[in-house]
Design a protein around this ligand. Structure first.
Ligand code: HEC
Ligand code: HEC
Length: 306
């Protein structure tokens, strides 16, 4: 036994010496990097502990005389001791079970770090700040200033988010997407009636082409541009459009687009919330824009077609 402890002391001393040298001789190699030193020290400790434990128990096995109470049964003469469950072991087992349950229920899924979560939190914080600043600024503006401010803000949103598909001048880049200078105009309404519309994902699906005659389409465009009022086109609208858009044009509670807000920022906001599948490609829903930004870009687009 004494020899064993001697070995333990020698190895520990060697380890400490080694650690000391690696700290002191800190230029190059295992230099002053604390992580390196800790790792090496840790590894060396593991080796020492393992050797110590193995040697100790191998020796104990050679010399130990069994004593203690046997359980009643034996199997071909091989018996088993009555061993009390060690208290520390039992406690550790219980704690690990509790920790495991906590980890897999409340701990991990709820409190796990996630980059997406962090991003979302930042977006919420910044949007709240934006909203606060925005409202403060707005409260000092006159009506005209407010409108101008929204259009300017909308233009910068447009340039960052929409230009790539609709073009810097919003002409739709040779038909690759909607020409927003014309969108909402009488000509565009006639186009929608003649060609149909699709891709916004309303419950009624797509709007088929040619639901009204070409002559009626022109009248209906006038009717719509007058905010769904006036004599012209009123009857044609009731015949050709009301079945799907409702006689008041409000879209029958979300079954189809609300035409009373067509050619207003609110309709653009609706388009941005839905996205639109065109013939050439898909315009994604713009969930990353906040409500004010959507409204602003709607105001900007509305200002283009006047
Ligand atoms: C990835 C390309 C892409 C981007 C980015 C994009 N759009 Fe579009 N947009 C399209 C396409 C494609 C259509 C549909 C053309 C069609 O119907 O054939 C469209 C249609 C529209 C329409 C007409 C919707 C309707 O119902 O007629 C509006 C309004 C519009 N976009 C506004 C915007 C605004 C505002 C932005 C920026 C926030 C934007 N778009 C960004 C591709 C895009
Ligand atoms: C069969 C049902 C149906 C009929 C009839 C119908 N619509 Fe539609 N309309 C829809 C649906 C559905 C949409 C949404 C289509 C989409 O996803 O783009 C729509 C979209 C529209 C739009 C928006 C297009 C855009 O730019 O996004 C306009 C404007 C419109 N309809 C006007 C009319 C007018 C005017 C009439 C009558 C001449 C009419 N609709 C008849 C179902 C109909």
């Amino acid at each position: 036994m004494n020899k064993l402890y001697l070995w333990g002391i020698i190895i520990t001393a060697a380890m400490l010496g080694f650690t000391y040298m690696s700290v002191a001789g800190s230029k190059g190699g295992l230099n002053s990097d604390i992580i390196n030193i800790l790792t090496i020290t840790g590894a060396a400790s593991l080796v020492v502990i393992t050797v110590f434990v193995v040697v100790k128990y191998v020796r104990q096995m050679q010399t130990d005389k069994a004593d203690g109470e046997l359980v009643g049964q034996n199997w071909d003469g091989i018996g088993e001791y009555k061993n009390e469950l060690p208290f520390g072991w039992a406690i550790t087992y219980l704690l690990i079970m509790i920790w495991g349950m906590w980890y897999f229920t409340i701990g991990y899924p709820v409190n796990a770090y996630s980059q997406i979560g962090e991003y979302n939190e930042e977006v919420v914080t910044l949007n709240n700040k934006f909203e606060k600043d925005f409202n403060e600024k707005m409260s000092t503006f006159s009506k005209e200033e407010k409108a101008e401010y929204m259009i300017n803000m909308g233009e910068s949103v447009y340039i960052t988010e929409c230009k790539i598909c609709h073009g810097l001048t919003a002409d739709g880049i040779d038909g690759k997407s909607t020409n927003l200078n014309e969108w909402g105009s009488k000509k565009a309404i006639v186009d929608v009636i003649n060609n149909g519309s699709k891709g916004l994902g309303y419950a009624l699906g797509d709007m088929p082409a040619g639901t009204a005659s070409e002559a009626d389409a022109i009248d209906i465009a006038v009717y719509m541009s007058n905010g769904l009022s006036g004599e012209t086109g009123s009857a044609a609208f009731a015949v050709s459009c009301a079945a799907c858009h409702g006689s008041d044009g409000k879209g029958m509670g979300g079954m189809s687009p609300d035409l009373t807000i067509y050619d207003t920022p609110a309709f653009v906001v609706d388009v941005l919330n839905r996205g639109k599948k065109g013939d050439i490609g898909k315009m994604p829903a713009f969930n990353r824009l906040n409500d004010k930004q959507k409204e602003a870009v709607g105001a900007y687009i509305n200002s283009l077609s006047e």
